[in-house]
Design a protein around this ligand. Structure first.
Ligand code: SF4
Length: 141
């Protein structure tokens, strides 16, 4: 199978703080499959490290109040095109991210609170009917 994966889960240091979300269980699971790593935020031109961002309504704002919606949408569209071109069978995404989060995301207050919702990239993937699994879901913990 061909599986799209949030690059930070594979150990790419593309997270906002310059680190990653390496997940050995996911890496093990992927050994038998073709992997398509993407980081929508880096693809959108954001720097690394960068100021953390959260979804606030329809916008993506950083912690200092700057509107980063444009970069997030651009990155999500580029990542979506990669998913289409590669014809991925499904996606494994990092939880809680304003890009990759699928079932729960931060609520926009930068206080660590979670709400039900999806990040910009996860929303676009859903529009293609590509199945999504989340890191840290029961399957992977
Ligand atoms: S945008 Fe996605 S892949 Fe990139 S660091 Fe955030 S969660 Fe990981």
């Amino acid at each position: 199978m061909r599986i799209l994966v949030s690059a930070c889960l594979l150990g790419y240091n593309c997270k906002y703080n310059g680190k990653n979300n390496y997940n050995s269980k996911i890496v093990e699971l992927l050994k038998e499959h073709e992997v398509v790593p993407v980081c929508p935020e880096m693809l959108g031109g954001l720097s690394c490290p960068r100021i953390p961002c959260e979804k606030v309504g329809d916008k993506i704002m950083d912690k200092e109040g700057n509107d980063c919606t444009k970069q997030f949408i651009k990155g999500a569209e580029i990542a979506l095109n990669i998913a289409k071109e590669k014809q991925v069978d499904f996606a494994i995404l990092q939880r809680r991210s304003p890009s990759c989060g699928y079932s729960l995301i931060y609520d926009g207050t930068f206080n660590g609170n979670l709400i039900v919702g999806s990040g910009i990239f996860a929303q676009k993937l859903q529009s293609l009917d590509i199945p999504i699994m989340e890191a840290e879901s029961e399957k992977f913990v």
